[in-house]
Design a protein around this ligand. Sequence first.
Ligand code: GLN
Length: 517
Amino acid sequence: MAKYIVILGSIMSGLGKGIVTSSLLKILKERGLKVLPLKFDGYLNVDCGTMNPYRHGEVFVLKDGTEVDMDFGHYERFLGKDLTGESSLTGGKIFKQIIEKERRGDYLGEDVQFIPHVTNLIKDHVKRYAKGQDIVIIEVGGTVGDIENAYFIEAMRQLSLEEKVLFIQLTYLPEINNELKTKPTQHANKLIQSYGIKPSILLLRANRKPSKEHLQKIALYTNTNKLFYDPTLETIYELPLVLEDQNIYYAIADELGIKAKKEPDWKKWKKLVNNLKRAKRSVNIAIVGKYVENKDAYASVKEALVHAGAHLNTKVNISFEDSSKLGNLSQYDGLIIAGGFGKRGIEGKIKAIKYARENNIPLLGICLGMQLMVVEWARNVLGWKKAHSTEFNPKTPYPVVDILPEQKSIIEKGATMRLGEYPMEIKPGTLLSRIYRKKVAKERHRHRYEINPKYIKDLEKSGLIFSAFYKHVPEAIEYPNQLGIGLQSHPELTSKFEKPSPVFLWLVKQSMKSSKK
Ligand code: GLN
C-alpha cells in the first residue's frame, strides 16, 4: 500500500516548494523506492494551457500532452522520469468533474457539497494514482490560509485518517537586524494545526543557518524536532544533497515506517553539481524571446542549457534577449530562438536568425523559432521578401508557415493544439541523425502551425535541409553550414539533469567551439 507525503507551503509563496518536492522525490528514488509526485493547484483553469507565460511562467507539456505548470518540469528533471496528466489535479479539473457528475445524475437526490463530494473525489483520485507506488508526494499549490486550497487540505486531513500520511511544512525565517525570526513560523504552524493537521517535519527556508536556540524555540512551539535547513543555493540541483546530508531520509522513513530497498548512490549527481559549481570554462548563450521579463517563461530552456553545461563541465552564462528590442548579439557564442505566440517581437527574432546564419553563430530554433528560421530563409536566401507565417500575416504571397490542416476547424482554445509526444523520423546522414544517433526520436509538441509542405521543394533546392518528418509534418530543418538547427518540437521539455537533451548538448558544444575562435 502506498504511503503519502503532503507538502504544505506557509507564510508566503516563492519558497521553492517545487524544488523541495523534487529533491525529496530524488532522495526516495535513490533508496530504490517507487515514488511519484502529484500536484494540486487551486486555480479554476482546467489546465495551464490558457495561461499567460508572463504571469504564470512557462507552460510545461507532459508526454501525454497535458499542459501543466513549471513545477512538473522540475519533478521530471530531478526524478529522471516522464509523468502523466494524472499527476496534476487542478480546481478546474475537480469542479468540471463534479458538475458533470451532478448533471449525469450520479448524486441524484443529494445536495452536492464540498464535504463529502469534492473531498471524496480528490481522495479517490489520489488513491487511484498511488496504486503500485511505495510513496506519493503531494505538493499543495499556494500557501496555507488561501481560500483556493482549503478544500484540498481538508481532503488531505481526511486521507490521513484512512492512510499513512506525513505532513511537511515548508516555512520561512525572515531576518531583521541580522537576526532570524521564528514567530511567523509559529503562527503558520498554529494555523495548520487549526485544520486538524500536525506537520511532523518542518523545512526552514532561511538566508543563514538557524542556531540551536532558533531550533529549540521552533521545536517547542510546533511540537516536532524534525527540523531541516533549506538554504538558498547556487544551483537547485544541490538541494537533494544538502537535505541528504541532514539525514532527512531517516526522518521520513521513521515517520512513514518505510524501508530502503537499496543504498543511495549520489556519485553521478554529485559530480554534475560539482561541475556546475566549479566549471573552468564558460560560454555565453542567449535566449531570444518576448517573455524575457519573466525568466520563468523559459524555465525548461534554461534548465536544458544547465544540464548540457553540467555534462560538458562548462558554465553556460545564459542571457535573455528581448526580441522587441534586440541588443548587441556579437557577445554571444550561441543563440536560441524560443517558441511563442503572437506578433510582438517577431521581426526581432527574424533579425537574430539572419545574424546567426550570416555570421556562423550556432543556432537552435525551437517551435516558433524553427518556423521563423524558414521565414528568414525564404526572405533572404530565396528573395521572397514578403514571405511569412499566416499566423502573423494571413495575406502573405508566400505562406511558408501555415496552420496545420487538422487545426483549421478548431475553435475552442483549451487543450486543442497539437500537443504531446510525437515520433520524428530522422533522415540518415543529416546533422540531426548524428545528434540523436537514432532513426526515430520522440519529442513533445505544442503548436498549431507547421512549415507549409507546398514550399519544401523550393526551400530544399536553395540548400535548406529538411532532416526529420512525422508523416507529412516537417519536424526539423538544418543549415548547410551545419550550425543551425530548427525543431518543430520542444527538446527542452525532455532534458533531465542526469540525461541532458542531445540537441542542447550539441548547441553548447558548438558554442564552446565558436567561443574559442
Ligand atoms: N505559434 C506557433 C504555432 O502555434 C509556435 C508555437 C510554439 O512556439 N510553441 O505553431
